[in-house]
Ligand binder design. Structure first.
Ligand SMILES: NC(=O)c1ccc[n+]([C@@H]2O[C@H](COP(=O)([O-])OP(=O)(O)OC[C@H]3O[C@@H](n4cnc5c(N)ncnc54)[C@H](OP(=O)(O)O)[C@@H]3O)[C@@H](O)[C@H]2O)c1
Length: 258
């Protein structure tokens, strides 16, 4: 049987590109997102590209009841999953001096953190029973340190990095793998509002997704890219003493809207 893969947030950006590249390999795809029309168009495209089967699931990952219903449909149709790529995400930026609301945090955590946790809760029992499967969660290089003007997003991705690491440690020896994906800047709807020159090492979705798929297939613990950017953030920026980081980060270049 060909690989059965769930991709959350497949209606645009990285999720859509993942669907197209995995369709070329004949994978069976369960695709989620809130925009139904986009999902239907994508379903046609992945069928044309060679997908072994496609199931579209419209709804909000932040709603546990929706996720439970979607997983039941996946089991009915595919009898389980080999990979769950938990990619759905939103961002919110802005200077906390000008606006700080708990609602912004609730909104972003609801999708980025609880949306991922909802799906892990749904897929994990069957993967444990089967003693196989891969959960690949899309975090971000933005989760390595508290970024300026990005509190809700940056902290949600820090939570996701820790969530996935805890899960990986707990699942060691069970046969279920956990892959943490930390992209740098990628040209998608999420980054469309920013000027290109304010996003160092900006990548195209096709190149980013090739790296993601290779990393998931290899069962890597961490897939972060592009390597010059992620290496500097991971080993230099992350280890700067707080007093230096605060000064540098607060003076850092603002991402300017187009
Ligand atoms: N682009 C970058 O530079 C970058 C860098 C690092 C990490 N990432 C991460 O990569 C992932 C994909 O982002 P992207 O860049 O491809 O952005 P994107 O083009 O905006 O795609 C986001 C996807 O998530 C879905 N989504 C958002 N809220 C949802 C919800 N409540 N329920 C279900 N689906 C939802 C969207 O679909 P609907 O709107 O149809 O629901 C869309 O398909 C995100 O987790 C993002 O944080 C991106």
């Amino acid at each position: 049987m060909s690989h059965r893969v769930l991709i959350t947030g497949a209606t645009s950006g990285l999720g859509k590109e993942l669907a197209m590249q995995l369709a070329n390999e004949g994978f069976m795809l369960a695709l989620t997102g809130r925009r139904e029309e986009r999902l239907n168009e994508l379903a046609q495209a992945v069928k044309g590209a060679g997908a072994g089967g496609v199931l579209t699931l419209t709804g909000n990952v932040a709603d546990p009841a929706v996720v439970k219903r979607h997983y039941a449909l996946i089991v009915e149709r595919f009898r389980g999953l080999d990979w769950a790529i938990l990619n759905a995400g939103i961002s919110k930026s802005g200077d906390a001096k000008e606006r700080f609301t708990a609602d912004d945090y609730r909104l972003v955590y609801g999708v980025n953190v609880f949306g991922m946790a909802n799906w892990i809760e749904a897929v994990l029992p069957d993967m444990l029973k089967e003693k196989s499967g891969t959960i690949a969660g899309v975090a971000s290089v933005a989760g390595y340190r508290g970024l300026p003007r990005s509190g809700p997003y940056s902290s949600s991705k820090a939570a996701v990095i820790a969530l996935l690491e805890s899960l990986r440690v707990d699942l060691r020896g069970t046969g279920v793998k956990v892959v943490t994906v930390c992209p740098g800047f990628v040209r998608t709807e999420m980054t469309a509002k920013w000027k290109d020159e304010d996003m160092p090492f900006l990548m195209e979705p096709r190149d980013a997704v090739e790296i993601m798929i290779a990393g998931i297939k290899a069962g890597k613990r961490l897939v972060d890219f592009p390597w010059p950017f992620s290496t500097v953030v991971k080993y230099v920026v992350r280890n700067l003493p707080g007093c230096i980081y605060d000064r540098v980060a607060s003076r850092g270049t603002r991402r300017r809207a187009k």
